[in-house]
Design a protein around this ligand. Structure first.
Ligand code: GUN
Length: 287
């Protein structure tokens, strides 16, 4: 068996086209373009690339992007001042603070400082809570994007055994909540899990967000399973690798995502969707 590739690039392009059409229609109706404020602090090269991709996606779909490039000496108080200004600016629909942040800034406080209705990353405890109680609003971009990728396979998710490897606040935990919402039986694996191999081996869906190249051995994959690899790990030779041993896993799985070109483009496309949604939700709460 050789798995079918879930091509995140293609699915993301389709989503971006659909968002552009929706935004064009709204602008033709005399409405304002959605607006996303993107805050980048410091010079981390990976963050700079992610932020550039987000700003390019804004341009592509017709979202206005406001760029705030701050020095890595920025204090927490200075960042709060900017966030408070953006929170109360009615022409701003989404606020994104690219992580990681410099050591002097507490990321948890910053996330909670963003107004939940402008939290287009879907990281605020309010938005995570909405997802937990089956009333999702602004959903964490990577997990939401993965649900769209799973839907693209047309596989019925209800009742499937899903295993999520990695339990970070931004990815693993909301991923588990998304799969639960989709009707899967969900197991969360982490560094204290006793037998990762046995858990992965009985999964119909494996989502790995551990950030460790080669952690998920290809031969663990159940025949026909769906394998979603969120890991983006830089190897010694400079190349990128996911968490999953791709070539061997591909021989076992029914569906698999590549790295790169899998989950990454979906995260950006879903951020664009969240920005449009944030605008429309705020419109309806103001009117
Ligand atoms: N750093 C790496 N990925 C992300 C993301 O999706 N959002 C933010 N805000 N920071 C990130």
């Amino acid at each position: 068996m050789s798995a079918q590739i879930i091509n995140g690039k293609v699915i993301a392009e389709e989503l971006l086209l659909s968002l552009k059409a929706q935004i064009d229609t709204r602008i033709a109706q005399g409405k304002r373009a959605p607006c996303l404020a993107v805050i980048l602090i410091g010079e981390d090269p990976a963050s700079a690339i992610y932020v550039r991709n987000k700003r390019l996606a804004c341009d592509k779909v017709g979202i206005t992007s406001l760029a705030y490039n701050l020095p890595d000496t920025t204090t927490e108080a200075e960042l709060f001042t900017l966030i408070n200004k953006l929170n109360t600016d009615d022409t701003v629909d989404g606020i994104l603070v690219q992580s990681p942040l410099p050591a002097q800034i507490d990321e948890k406080l910053i996330i909670e400082g963003i107004s939940p209705d402008k939290d287009v990353d879907g990281f605020h405890p309010y938005n995570i809570g909405r997802l937990a109680v089956r009333q999702p609003t602004l959903r964490s971009c990577t997990p939401f994007g993965i649900i769209k990728m799973l839907e693209a396979t047309k596989i019925e998710l209800l009742g499937l055994d899903a295993v999520v490897v990695g339990v970070s606040n931004h990815v693993g935990r909301p991923m588990a909540l998304e799969l639960l919402l989709a009707g899967c039986t969900v197991t969360c694996c982490h560094r204290h899990t006793k037998d990762l191999a046995a858990n992965v081996a009985r999964a119909d869906i494996v989502v790995s967000a551990a950030g460790k190249a080669g952690l998920i051995k290809g031969e663990w994959i159940k025949p026909g399973a769906v394998v979603i690899d969120i890991g983006i790990n830089r190897l010694a030779d400079g190349s990128l690798s996911g968490d999953v041993e791709f070539a061997i896993a591909k021989a076992h799985a029914g569906w698999i995502t590549p790295v790169p070109g899998g989950v990454g483009p979906m995260t950006v496309a879903t951020l664009m969707e969240n920005t449009l949604l944030a605008q429309t939700l705020r419109e309806s709460s103001i009117s």
